[in-house]
Design a protein around this ligand. Structure first.
Ligand SMILES: [Zn+2]
Length: 440
């Protein structure tokens, strides 16, 4: 039985400038034990109400996430039945909509109410709409921003002087920001402000909202009024990690309720493949499966099987980012690749998706897809293999696919080259396609 404390309202507050402009939807408390985002949003709204800055154009609206969990007397409670930040796939949203109201789970009710407000804001917006979802973490970490790897989202994330993490959405299905980005078409960011209990976390998130309002063109930062400078303040919280870009490469889901990350390890500490014992899960030592940096080690007081245990991330160079931005802008490449590359064909039902031969896909590293601007939507087995084995397998798979294409053509047969059941599916990102369409 949940204790009932007064629930926060869904809409914490809003502010409308005198001139039209972009809309920023900020959301706090998607997890019941993370109220810092709500404190930060309230401070910004109070300041706007006090100052009524003439330079403000557009709108900000602040929403509270999991109302029931936020109101629970247990401050560690993240959710009632299911994690509200893992249920935002189009299928799960559809499911929540069609089941009878009295059979919906606590989080399904929260989800539909939130979505209703977001869709209303989107429908009434007088300019572009952005989403900033604010969280906190259970173990010592600099603030960071997570963003899907599309060019408009990257550009926005680059405005924050904190580490930028790409590729969460491939490891975690059902994130709210992913739904806002890929189903609603809104540029969205998730910010982790710091540790749940640390008062600095709400400060970091307040600076993040201020920077977002500046970056989207709603309220320019003014050095006379914005003291300290929000980005300098955020940078100081990041403690030297600055604006480096990382890619998520591995997620360990918790297997057992007795789960503990090595207390000597912290976020962004290096881990070595098959050498660093990162955690004990049940009785089992969990070794890092690849070289990289430890990220978001779970130190919640209670461990739940299936929750995120820890991640491993790797640095992404600026050169790579620039190269992939150039490649993505080459529309012709995306038309030619499925026609010419053996083992690759266009998805029959979705124009911006590709089917990839499973042997070829398993041999290619996921960086190859990311470089070309594709996100992995469905994948099969992929075991770690040496560079030489990878190259051999890719060559073999491509040759086999090319020969069967020639053979079928000679025999005049029209058979699909790739079996849809086994194929990997990759897709271009909605914001990339949208932004290229609008670039002359
Ligand atoms: Zn959270």
């Amino acid at each position: 039985m949940q204790a009932s404390v007064t629930k926060p309202p869904r809409v914490i507050g809003d502010y409308q400038g005198e001139r039209n402009g972009p809309t920023l939807i900020v959301i706090g408390g998607i997890h019941g034990n993370e109220p810092a985002g709500l404190i930060a949003a309230q401070r910004i709204l109070d300041r706007l109400d006090d100052e009524k800055p003439g330079a403000f154009a557009g709108r900000i609206v602040a929403l509270a996430g999991n109302l029931t969990a936020l109101a629970d007397e247990d401050p560690h409670l993240r959710y009632i039945e299911t994690d509200l930040n893992r249920m935002w796939t189009p299928e799960m949203v559809h499911e929540a909509r069609i089941i009878p109201e009295n059979e919906r789970s606590a989080e399904q009710r929260e989800q539909l109410e939130l979505l209703d407000v977001i869709e209303t804001e989107r429908a009434g917006a007088k300019g572009p709409v952005y989403v900033l979802d604010m969280h906190s973490v259970s173990s010592e970490s600099p603030p960071f921003v997570f963003v899907e790897d599309s060019l408009p989202a990257r550009r926005l994330a680059m405005r924050f002087e904190i580490p930028i993490i790409l590729g969460f959405e491939e490891e975690l299905r059902g994130l709210l920001v992913d739904y806002c980005t890929n189903t609603l078409g809104l540029t969205s960011l998730l910010i982790e402000g710091g540790v749940h209990e640390d008062p600095e976390t709400a400060d970091a998130l307040e600076h993040a909202i201020r920077i977002a309002l500046d970056a989207i063109g709603a309220w320019p930062v003014d050095s006379a009024y914005d003291t300290p400078c929000p980005n300098a303040a955020l940078d100081s919280f990041a403690r030297g990690h600055g604006r480096l870009v990382y890619d998520v490469r591995f997620r360990h889901p918790i297997l057992h309720e007795h789960f503990q990350v090595d207390p000597k390890l912290h976020a962004f500490d290096p881990v070595r493949r098959e050498q660093t014992v990162v955690a004990i899960d049940g009785q089992q030592p969990i070794t890092a499966p690849l070289n990289g940096l430890l990220f978001m080690p779970n130190r919640q007081p209670r461990a739940f099987p299936g929750d995120d245990g820890f991640f491993v991330v790797r640095r992404v160079g600026y050169l790579w980012l620039r190269l992939s931005a150039t490649i993505r802008s080459m529309g012709v490449l995306h038309r030619v690749v499925p026609m010419l590359a053996p083992g690759v064909s266009r998805h029959p039902d979705f124009p911006h998706r590709l089917l990839i031969d499973p042997d070829l896909a398993a041999a290619l590293k996921r960086e190859v897809f990311h470089l070309l601007g594709y996100r992995i939507l469905k994948q099969g087995e992929s075991q770690s293999m040496s560079k030489r084995r990878r190259l051999l397998q890719a060559t073999f798979a491509a040759t086999k696919a090319a020969m069967s294409a020639v053979f079928n053509r000679i025999r005049g047969r029209h058979v699909p080259l790739i079996d849809r059941e086994d194929a990997w599916v990759v897709g271009r990102r909605r914001l990339d396609i949208q932004s290229l369409r609008h670039t002359p």
